[in-house]
Design a protein. Sequence first.
Lengths: 181, 267
Amino acid sequence: MKKFILFVFCLTAVFFQLSAEGAFFSERRIPDLALALVITLVVANGFEKSVGWIVLTGFFIDAGSAAIFGTTALAYLLVGWMIDFLITFANIRSRKIFFLGFLAVMAALFEIIKDLFVVESLRLKAFYLQKTFYYPMNIFSLDYLFKIFYTIAAVYLVYYIFRKISRALFLEPIKLAKRKF
Amino acid sequence: MTLFSRKNIKIFSIIVILLIVVFSSVRGADNPVKGFLLGISSPFLKTSRIFSAGISGFFNFLGSIGKLKNENEKLLQDNQELLAENVRLKDVQKENQTLRKELDLVPKKDYELEASFVVGQDPQGLGNYFIIDKGENAGLKTGMPAIVSNGILVGKVSEVYGGTAKVTLVTDPESLINAEVENSGAKGIVRGEYGLGVKIDMISQTEVINEGDQVVTSGLGGGIPRGLTVGRVVRVSQSADKLFQEASVASAANFSNLRIIFIVKNF
């Protein structure tokens, strides 16, 4: 049951990002709902338990994206792994404000890292196929700033919904995965 | 926590598998998987798109109530002008038919169109394309032009899967379309400028082009019929090497609001 609900949750986020968001946001400002999902899953469920869902989400995004198939899945996996490391070394739940700040910083930082990863892979592909590279990425543009801002809002929203669903359906509080050092 | 812990070995293995997937897809081996994933997603994407477009339309309507009065007046005026133009065009059509009969020309054929819903867009804002709900099953092929109902070119089919396809818009930098400026007949190539609109370039220096001129497809090179509207010239300039003229073109289509597009299967 839990796996089925997680599956539906992942697909809903993916379908929203692929189709619905285009009706509300301009194409350069589309928030990364899938990244919000990755952050939520790793923070709430732990990285190991979420690996399958992260890769599945990445594959669906890759299928509808201009990116090379597999790069977004790989980027999300690496992002999830990095978040896992950060959680290990920082007591992110010590204060609520610290936790909210942590989510925002992670969303902004990993959105940039993920986009750079995808764009650079496209540059490599263009170089490999001896084609002209057309996708410059300007992280200092107003559009990109809005994209980051919307993604941070998406992280809060997805995390909140996920927490509500978890409490209501799985009858379990969200706990950070504890691990040995 | 060691480097070769069970968890890390598992992650490294997944990374290696994903790297293999990435390298195979660079060589074009990813099409069946993409087709499968888009195929199973297509009905959900379509439902989600229609639903969200409805909500977005409702909020846009609420936001635009103030402008409606002015817009209504302008539309009434446009309508009167169009009625007058329609009468004139009917007259031209009659004249055209008479001349065709006299010159023994075959009547101009209608396009064979395939209507399709726009179900998605690039989720990462990288490419200027749409995902549509028709594909190989409906007879779509790569290179077919996509138009909106009144003959405005919006792009070309760039990837075809079983039940879905990707339409690369004219605003994409990789989209190249043979076109001409209607008034002067100056030939050039229409290409997208990443997120900045469309331009026509490679126009000979001897040609005269003016702001406001209509840009249409030239039909050269086949694939796209002649006479599809691309847009209007808004600014004329020189190419970087000063060998050609180029012009920014305001597209006639509103790309952010496309719901249904038509693929020209035959012309």
